[in-house]
Design a protein around this ligand. Structure first.
Ligand code: SF4
Length: 201
């Protein structure tokens, strides 16, 4: 079984609680207007990677990690492969799981394929709903519009469930290759400004 991925960051502190392996899958069937990451939509792009290989990569960083966060693209467009990866991680590690979906919780619960529900059942935190530009709101952590909801399916983050005292942040990383990677959440204009500054050097 393989997963089509856009990219991953082995250890990030700006996409969920604590230090997390952050995975962006490739392909999104929802295609929200003015999505922040339209380059993740095309299913013909991305990189196919086996679940076993991806699992080994995550495990090689597991000592540094609190959990894994999965973004899209749309993670539930690949629910079967993603379920296999997350199930293996849950069975063999104490990593917490946070998954974002542009579909609503109610929509996913109605889906026929059982791996949609099984994948939801493995989440400590699940965030639902599409990005809606007219509801743009960066006041809450990790989400871009006010319709998006957090679901806490386990007690692991019960303090966070009561009160979200986390600010959105960006991380800028200059890799050995010279490539600059910006991740986290900020207004598009802020990201464009930073990219402009970086490209001047
Ligand atoms: S679901 Fe996510 S990746 Fe897909 S279009 Fe909406 S915001 Fe973009």
């Amino acid at each position: 079984m393989q997963l089509n991925i856009h990219k991953y960051i082995p250890v990030s502190e700006v996409e969920g609680p604590g230090k997390r392996f952050v995975l962006w899958v490739q392909g999104c069937s929802i295609q929200c207007e003015n999505c922040f990451v339209p380059h993740t939509w095309n299913v013909k792009e991305g990189n196919m990677i086996s679940i076993d290989e991806l699992y080994k990569i995550i495990m090689s960083y597991s000592n540094e990690l609190e959990g894994i966060t999965v973004f899209g693209g749309e993670p539930f467009d690949q629910h079967l492969a993603l379920y296999q990866l997350i199930k293996k991680l849950k069975e063999n590690t104490n990593l917490s799981v946070m998954i974002f979906s542009g579909y609503t919780y109610e929509h996913l619960k109605r889906r026929v394929a059982i791996t949609n529900q099984q994948l939801l059942d493995l989440c400590d935190i699940f965030v639902d709903g599409p990005y809606i530009e007219k509801l743009h709101d960066l006041s809450r952590p990790w989400v871009g519009s006010s319709n998006q909801r957090y679901f806490f399916f386990t007690d692991r983050y019960k303090d966070l469930a009561k009160e979200m005292k986390i600010e959105n942040k960006l991380t800028i990383t200059i890799q050995n290759t010279g490539e600059v990677v910006v991740n986290g959440l900020a207004h598009k204009d802020t990201i464009a400004y930073l990219e402009g500054l970086i490209s001047d050097y």
